[in-house]
Design a protein around this ligand. Structure first.
Ligand SMILES: Nc1ncnc2c1ncn2[C@@H]1O[C@H](COP(=O)(O)OP(=O)(O)O)[C@@H](O)[C@H]1O
Ligand SMILES: [Mg+2]
Length: 499
């Protein structure tokens, strides 16, 4: 049975795709794409036009055997995750591929994506595709919380986040990677890039001739996905199929007006997401090669030492979905040393987190903390109630990151050996804005709370910013200890004061 027959069969995948009237008409373009992938006949002129448009190839010169390496670059909400789930379900239950495995080999279909949430979505799609009564019976080993399950034919379906290393040893019938362009941009991703991910996947597909199906919306002009698009799009003889389409080409149920409204709001981002064009305004901010030399291997935290003036920066969120972070630094000779980074994962009670932060601040004898200049009033109020004054930063997040770059590149910073911190710093991106001012922020779906707190602590700490009423070491005075008696009002005015 081929995949199109299975999709049209009401006992198999039809309930997964059909609308409430039982029609599959809105999925017709995806059916054409599946025909190309699986080497099924293409006869209708509209199908040929679509293929020419989405692959740049001559539809009469397609490989009759189909394609084992597939890159579906389609806009947001185009249905690519849903189709990836369908392919995973077909490969694991009906393709008969498990027969290529020799006795003792464990056949496996693996799904991976850069974030836990994304992996949960695609697992949910795949499981829903196996939801018809006939297919549901074939799922024999399934626990609700476990990301993997097993089918009666012995195939293991494994869902991973940002990784592939844990499935070494299995024989892969198919590997589906969702949002391939975003691997490495999130801290949950254990691989550094899509290139590294693909490198680890390829050997496991060699013996089975299994399919590698990568889907994504386009992002920036670098990495494996961009390289494949450049090399294989529009090449008739290429063994890699690249399918490149806008959201509305693949999902005619999307409204043109809604997409136009999104484009009007944020042209660069919406053009990339819905019209599926590579972003030329985005580039990596801090190269890993610059960050790693600043990391002091094995140093996870430095406890407070006397006669040192510490500086703290917080990134406090409402606690519903964003995480919160605190970082503390101090200046030592020509370097700024990061002493401590702490993180609170959402969901949490903001008051409890502020109280925890205050405990950490007090353990470094800090009475002041700097934070986001747009933070809500309750943040300053909560700190104040616990005896810490909250100073709103005179720089926004982008400015802080812009100032961090030269310090990292010149090695003036000692960073902690903290995986989340390093990943978040590596994941920062610069986006050019038409007004001329660059924005530095995390990638879509990624986080930067720890990077933000650490960058704030470093940037404010490195200028020798000092705190009123604090014991500081005067570098220009033979290292004698002075008590700084700057009044709070003056400190706030001369926020950039250095010594
Ligand atoms: N061609 C289509 N016909 C009908 N509904 C579609 C089509 N493509 C996508 N959808 C719907 O759009 C939503 C988003 O699909 P999804 O696969 O998650 O998108 P993405 O491309 O962002 O991964 C789902 O509810 C899906 O059923
Ligand atoms: Mg998706």
């Amino acid at each position: 049975m081929n995949i199109i027959e299975a999709v049209k069969d009401r006992h198999l995948f039809k309930p997964y795709l059909a609308d409430k009237n039982g029609s599959l008409s809105t999925w017709a373009r995806w059916m054409t794409c599946l025909r190309v992938i699986y080497g099924l006949p293409i006869r209708k002129p509209w199908q040929k036009r679509l293929i020419r448009q989405c692959t740049g190839r001559n539809p009469d010169k397609l490989n009759p055997e189909g394609y084992n390496r597939v890159l579906l670059l389609c806009g947001r909400r185009s249905g690519k995750s849903k189709i990836a789930g369908l392919i995973g379900a077909f490969e694991s239950s009906l393709s008969g591929r498990e027969e290529v495995c020799s006795p003792g080999e464990i056949p496996c279909v693996t799904i991976t994506s850069p974030t836990r949430d994304q992996s949960a979505i695609i697992k949910s799609y795949l499981r829903a595709a196996l939801g018809s009564p006939l297919l549901d019976e074939t799922v024999v080993d399934e626990a609700k919380k476990r990301p993997s399950f097993e089918l009666a034919n012995g195939v293991h379906v494994r869902v991973l986040t940002g990784d592939f290393r844990t499935v070494r040893g299995y024989s892969q019938l198919a590997v589906v990677c969702d949002e391939i362009c975003f691997f490495g941009t999130t801290e949950e991703s254990k691989v550094k890039s899509d290139t590294e991910l693909i490198r680890s996947i390829k050997p496991s597909l060699l013996t089975t001739q299994g399919r590698l199906i990568c889907v994504s919306s386009k992002y920036w002009e670098k990495g494996w996905a961009f390289g494949q698009w450049k090399r294989h799009f529009g090449k008739d003889s290429s063994r890699v199929l690249v399918w490149d389409a806008t959201s509305r080409t693949m999902n005619p149920t999307l409204s043109e007006e809604d997409i136009q409204a999104e484009i009007d709001e944020d042209p660069e981002s919406a053009r990339s997401e819905y019209l599926n064009v590579w972003r030329t305004d985005v580039a990596a901010w801090l190269p890993r090669e610059a960050i790693e030399p600043c990391v002091v291997f094995g140093r996870t935290e430095l406890i407070r030492k006397p006669n040192i003036s510490y500086r703290a920066f917080v990134d406090v969120s409402g606690g519903r979905s964003d995480d919160a972070a605190l970082a503390i630094s101090h200046k030592a000779d020509s370097k700024t040393v990061l002493d401590c980074v702490r993180r609170w994962k959402a969901p949490f009670s903001p008051q409890v987190v502020v109280a925890d932060m205050v405990d950490v601040l007090k353990s470094y004898q800090l009475r002041h903390v700097t934070g986001d200049n747009y933070s809500a009033e309750w943040v300053a109020e909560s700190f104040r109630k616990l005896g810490i004054s909250y100073v709103k930063s005179d720089k926004n997040k982008s400015q802080i990151y812009l100032e961090l770059l030269p310090r990292i590149c010149s090695g003036e910073v000692e960073l902690l050996d903290d995986d989340v911190l390093i990943k978040q710093l590596c994941g920062l991106e610069r986006r050019c804005r038409s007004g001329g001012k660059d924005i530095v922020d995390h990638a879509p779906g990624a986080k930067d709370d720890v990077a933000n707190a650490a960058a704030g602590a470093i940037v404010f700490g490195s200028k020798g910013h000092f705190q009123p009423g604090f014991i500081i070491r005067d570098r220009f005075n033979g290292g004698r200890t002075l008590r700084n008696r700057v009044l709070w009002g003056e400190f706030a005015k001369s926020h950039r004061a250095t010594f």
